[in-house]
Design a protein around this ligand. Structure first.
Ligand code: SF4
Length: 426
């Protein structure tokens, strides 16, 4: 079946969930205007299977009369942008920050006009309706359309953030007002990908190109997120033969990325429980160096041979830390001249310091496992990667391999962009 604006609209034109009391809501002053003007609460619409939610500011006059969001020119533009971005309609929910039209009365000319829903009390009072749907649906990617919706999730503006992907742990403000079904988590990991409101293409045609480019990456972001890293190409080195195979791969590639898993972040006292490697951004290797596994001094001495050989290119994210751990272990300073730090590469490209997981999310749209999943949150910091490795070597090994492989992949992309931008010479 074709993917046309009318079919999208048909699919979207049904409430996502209609909560008890929602259509008669009188939580904020917009209620009185709604009753006075004979309008309807405009509920969020879309599929229960949706994983992407677009959030606008509030309904316009036509939408409030008909009770559906995103009608008219802005709605048509959204439909076209979804089609252009190849976003399957079953994956989309459309919603607003406030569900009643934010009218204001102009005394002087005795006329109503549509206003902004920026009054905090309106937005705050309406938020439980929206939050309930965010928390109970399958939504993982939120697309705020404009700064008002964006500020619900991040303290920035649409001009700065449009088209980028951010990962947040979202906890609704008025969680006690939500009356969530038993067993629903009270916080949720969300990706936020702010976009300009589709109405902008009506009012400012010059922004069309930017908007088309930004929207084109929505599907990519949503799709890639559900793909885990390719762990079938990751190997935990358990025998001398495995180690020899890694050695041959490094010799053939003449380059490698490395990444330590350590007992902590103080390189003067903490030590490596394992080292991950990748030569191509696809394969990953992990040498465990705790307990009866490999002797870490021997492994680091072996690696230092390549670190100090200028014929081998060395890549790391936040290389400073990796070199400190290496040097402490060696008892001398490894003389590494041919290395690249992806943290610096992405600073040059993005003008800010970004951690590996955030770069992976922004550039590759890959959601990587966070270290907290192994060692717990800050309040529980007595657990280390040593404990986690003893309990779950396979899990830590796959996690470490992904860090090395994705760092390598990010390096290839950064290198290409830096060359293309003339930031570095060939
Ligand atoms: S805007 Fe929201 S909170 Fe205010 S009356 Fe309408 S539905 Fe209720």
């Amino acid at each position: 079946m074709g993917f046309t604006p009318s079919t999208i609209k048909e699919k979207l034109a049904r409430p996502l969930i209609e909560l008890e009391g929602e259509l008669a809501c009188s939580r904020c002053p917009l209620y009185e205007q709604r009753i006075e003007r004979g309008e309807i609460v405009v509920l969020s619409e879309g599929s229960l299977d949706a994983d992407i939610m677009f959030i606008g500011e509030g309904p316009n006059a036509n939408e409030a009369k008909n009770g559906h969001p995103f009608l008219g020119a802005a709605g048509n533009n959204l439909d076209l942008l979804l089609a252009f971005a190849k976003v399957n309609r079953n994956r989309v929910i459309v919603a607003n920050m406030v569900q009643c039209a934010p009218w204001r009365y102009r005394d002087l000319i005795n006329k109503w006009e549509i206003g902004k829903p920026k009054k905090k009390e309106n937005i705050d009072e309406c938020s439980p309706w929206l939050d309930y749907k965010i928390m109970t649906s399958k939504v993982t990617l939120i697309v705020p359309l404009g700064t008002t919706a964006l500020k619900k999730f991040l303290p920035t503006t649409i001009g700065k953030a449009h088209g980028r992907v951010f990962e947040i742990e979202y906890t609704p403000n008025k969680i006690e007002d939500l009356n969530l079904p038993p067993g629903t988590p009270t916080s949720k990991k969300l990706l936020i990908m702010p976009q300009y409101h589709p109405a902008i293409t009506v009012n400012d045609p010059k922004k069309r190109e930017i908007i088309a480019r930004d929207y084109a990456s929505i599907n990519d972001a949503a799709n890639r997120l559900v793909e885990p890293p390719p762990i079938e190409k990751y190997t935990i080195v358990k025998t001398q033969d495995d180690w020899d195979a890694l050695d041959r791969e490094i010799r053939a590639a003449k380059r490698f990325c490395f990444d330590y898993e350590t007992t902590g972040l103080d390189y003067q006292v903490d030590w490596a429980v394992g080292i991950a490697f990748s030569t191509d951004g696809e394969t990953g290797w992990y040498i465990p160096t705790f307990d009866d596994w490999f002797d870490r001094h021997k492994v680091i001495e072996w690696m230092a041979g390549y670190l100090e050989d200028p014929e081998y290119e060395v890549i790391a994210h936040n290389a400073n830390f990796e070199f400190h751990i290496t040097n402490t272990e060696l008892g001398r300073t490894a003389n590494t001249t041919n290395y690249k730090d992806t943290m610096i590469e992405y600073y040059l490209l993005e003008s800010e310091w970004i951690g590996l997981k955030d770069v992976a999310l922004r550039v590759l749209h890959i959601r990587m496992t966070q270290i907290m999943e192994f060692i717990g949150k800050k309040k529980d910091q007595h657990r280390t990667m040593l404990d986690a490795s003893r309990e779950n070597l396979e899990g830590v090994g796959m996690y470490a391999c992904a860090d090395a492989a994705i760092t390598m992949k990010l390096h290839f992309i950064a290198e290409e962009r830096l060359h293309a931008g003339g930031v570095v010479d060939d």
